[in-house]
Design a protein around this ligand. Structure first.
Ligand code: SF4
Ligand code: SF4
Length: 66
């Protein structure tokens, strides 16, 4: 399950999420949009979300953490 999802319609490709992710788990797709590549290694710190100027990153905790 993807827990960090970018809304490509709002994303301006500034790469602040990518640059600030402490785990380097984001990658860039062929269209230049960031996406969560290594789902199992993201620890939901929210730094990508906090750094996004467009607020276009959606975060969902996996059911196992509830
Ligand atoms: S929540 Fe944290 S670890 Fe996961 S992609 Fe965002 S910045 Fe990286
Ligand atoms: S910080 Fe937000 S606007 Fe910038 S590349 Fe990431 S998702 Fe897109």
């Amino acid at each position: 399950m993807k827990v960090v999802k970018v809304d490509n319609e709002k994303c301006i490709k500034c790469m602040k999420c990518y640059d600030n992710c402490p785990e380097d788990v984001l990658a860039v797709n062929e269209e230049g949009y960031p996406y969560l590549k290594y789902e199992g290694e993201c620890w939901f710190c929210g730094i990508c979300w906090m750094n996004c100027p467009k607020r276009c990153i959606e975060m969902k905790l996996p059911a196992s953490l509830w």
